[in-house]
Design a protein around this ligand. Structure first.
Ligand code: G4P
Length: 539
């Protein structure tokens, strides 16, 4: 019989192996760059799905922005694709889906708090687009390691070097190309895999097979001329030489520190160049990283379970009012039917049906490890940012709220239902659908969103899930600015003089509702000891 110490040692080893195996990441892009297609090809490699087309895009089609049923349908799909797990080589990979639609940008920002690295997809013809800039900025703030996939090389696009310049300038990344295209569009012949010194030849609409990969350790090899033609071979040689002169070689430490981004070229729809990306990803992407709390840093290898809620997904079917709270396991092992402390509510809770997600299948799990995401059925106990532990009191940091872009007053259309309205609004805000501010002067409620779509979502859901009716009154505001200051007198003075512009957010924090950029500038000049912030996450 093995002795107790041996058993404990082997359990510990298994636990550490499980952590080391996990790679949890998100794919971000501007809509239409190819995020869904790339996700699908990655799942095909992992054997998580068998046929193309199995992953439905969760994007809300442009034509459907005013069609509510479409939004609802898409939401239904997105719960299935919120997390997609698969195995590749010896790694357990979790892809966290992020909505591409700009109106749901806050969802994406929050999801990014639960990943350890990110792959950015860029359309070769369009270059760096606005949505990508915003998302990468958030990743850079957190030093999230980033890999870049330049997609649609089967089409004409920008010159490779110009694109890399754009990526460096607009996204602020330092790049290191790890594959390089040979021509593009009609003349696209393949990529040279710099990471592994291999030539990969392109056959459109075909499946990339092992025979298409030719090992060429020396680009001077005359075989290259035979394979791609002398002029393309010459061009490739000179471009690869330029790359080695301009860019630093891959440095895994720098990548993991968020200081260098490997770049790959390919065509997701043709499943070309994707394997090169994935093979490099599994080798260099970081395993679950420590997470910062207000109290201390949490190491994934700590024995006791700790996790936080980064997303809540409501079931819009009124017959099934439950919600799913998505929890990122940060340390220890999450176990089914075990009591955990819900810190904000100071109560013990246990979960009989926690689910994990393998491709689009949901499965009940007994154990989940750091890096995993578990879905917990919830009847209204959770808010985004909530922490679960085995008893230690900690609060995870880094689930930011950003200033909304659009604001409206809420009007209760049915005074008999004000209780339902308030409950509905509270719960929708807990889910992070939008933000609510209460004006200091008269207690009026303002809803702030990133895009117009959420106003529709709120109205519809209040009516169908809570039986309350609301309307909106337009309101022209520039930004909501969280304020901070050590000068209490100045804050008191501002409260006195600008009371009509002051509000509280859902945590009771003071917010200046700036009517215009000019009004904000004036306030900054008049109250120099007060800091004005576009996000509630500031030191
Ligand atoms: P998204 O999730 O980032 O929004 O993009 P998605 O994968 O849905 O791709 C957007 C469009 O780009 C799709 O075409 C898709 O087929 C196409 N696409 C993706 N990868 C490539 C590629 O490597 N080359 C080319 N030429 N096209 C690519 P669609 O017509 O909008 O949709 P669908 O009707 O094909 O689904």
């Amino acid at each position: 019989m093995p002795d107790v110490a041996d058993v404990q040692l082997s359990k510990k080893k298994d636990f550490l192996d499980q952590i080391e195996k996990r790679r949890t990441f998100g794919i971000v892009s501007h809509p239409d760059a190819g995020k869904t297609t790339l996700t699908e090809k990655l799942l095909l490699f992992g054997g998580a799905i068998q046929v193309a087309g199995a992953v439905k895009s969760n994007k809300i089609k442009k034509s459907a922005t005013s069609d509510f049923m479409e939004i609802e349908r898409q939401r239904g799909i997105s719960v299935a694709t919120s997390v997609m797990g698969f195995n590749y080589r010896d790694k357990q990979i979790n892809i966290l889906d992020t909505p591409g639609h700009k109106d749901f940008a806050e969802d994406t920002f929050r999801t990014l708090t639960a990943v350890d690295s990110v792959i950015v997809v860029i359309d070769v013809a369009k270059g760096v687009e606005t949505q990508t800039e915003k998302l990468v900025e958030v990743c850079r703030m957190r030093k999230t390691p980033i890999m870049v996939f330049i997609n649609k090389l089967d089409r004409e696009g920008l010159d490779g070097f110009d694109l890399l310049d754009e990526v460096e300038q607009k996204l602020g990344l330092r790049v290191t190309p790890q594959s390089w295209p040979i021509g593009m569009g009609q003349r696209f012949k393949g990529v040279y895999n710099i990471y592994e010194n291999k030539l990969v030849l392109f056959s459109p609409h075909g499946k990339q097979s092992e025979e298409d990969v030719i090992e060429i350790t020396d680009l001077e090899d005359s075989q290259l001329d035979e394979l791609v033609g002398p002029s393309s071979a010459e061009e490739l040689r000179s471009e690869v030489e330029m790359i080695s002169e301009i860019y630093d070689p891959l440095d895994v430490e720098r990548y993991r520190d968020g200081d260098q981004s490997p770049v790959f070229f390919g065509s997701a729809i043709n499943n070309f160049g994707v394997k090169e990306l994935l093979d490099c990803f599994v080798e260099i992407a970081p395993p679950p990283l420590p997470r910062i709390t207000e109290e201390r840093q949490i190491d994934p290898r700590e024995e006791k379970f700790k996790g936080f809620v980064f997303k809540i997904h409501a079931n819009m079917d009124p017959k099934h009012r439950d919600r799913i709270a998505f929890v990122r396991v940060c340390s220890g092992i999450f176990k089914r039917n075990t009591n955990y402390l819900h810190i904000r509510q100071n109560k013990k809770m246990k979960f009989s049906n926690p689910t994990t997600f393998m491709a689009s299948k949901k499965e009940i799990v007994d154990h989940a490890y750091p890096g995993d995401i578990v879905g917990l059925y919830d009847s209204g106990n959770f808010k985004i940012g909530d922490t679960l532990t085995e008893g230690e009191i900690i609060h995870f940091k880094g689930i930011p709220s950003f200033s909304p872009e659009q604001f409206r007053y809420v009007i209760n259309k049915d005074p008999m239902k004000s209780k339902q309205l308030n409950k509905g609004l509270d719960q929708l805000m807990d889910e992070g659908v939008a933000q609510m501010f209460t004006m200091e002067i008269n207690g009026r409620k303002i809803i702030g969103t990133v895009g117009a779509l959420q106003f529709e979502v709120i109205q519809y859901r209040l009516e169908h899930e809570y039986g309350a009716k609301c309307d909106y009154e337009p309101l022209r505001l520039y930004k909501a600015c969280w304020i901070s200051s050590d000068n209490d007198e100045q804050v008191a003075e501002m409260m006195r003089r600008r009371k009509k512009d002051m509000a509280r957010d859902k945590h009771g924090a003071l917010v200046f509702m700036a009517e215009s950029a000019w009004a904000l500038k004036m306030a900054q000049e008049n109250y120099p000891d007060i800091g004005f912030h576009f996000t509630n996450e500031f030191e």
